[in-house]
Write a protein of this length. Structure first.
Length: 67
C-alpha cells in the first residue's frame, strides 16, 4: 500500500478536504464520525482499510480544528 500525501494552501483548505472525506464515510456507513471513532478506538470495529482511513481523517480533523 502506498501512502498518499496531500498538501494544502491553508488550514481552511485542509479542514474542508478532511470534512468532505468524513462526510463520505458517514454516508457510506450510516453513522456519525464521533460514534464510529468511539467504537473503533475501543476495538469494537474491524481494522478495514476504510475504517483505518476514517480514523486517521478524524484525527487529522481534530488536529486542525481541536475545538
Amino acid at each position: 500500500m502506498q501512502r498518499q500525501i496531500s498538501k494544502y494552501d491553508s488550514p481552511l483548505d485542509a479542514l474542508i478536504a478532511v470534512t468532505k472525506r468524513l462526510s463520505i464515510f458517514e454516508g457510506k456507513y450510516g453513522r456519525t464520525t464521533e460514534d464510529f471513532f468511539d467504537k473503533f478506538s475501543k476495538g469494537q470495529m474491524e481494522d478495514s482499510i476504510d475504517f483505518i482511513e476514517w480514523a486517521n481523517d478524524y484525527q487529522h480533523y481534530l488536529a486542525i480544528f481541536p475545538g
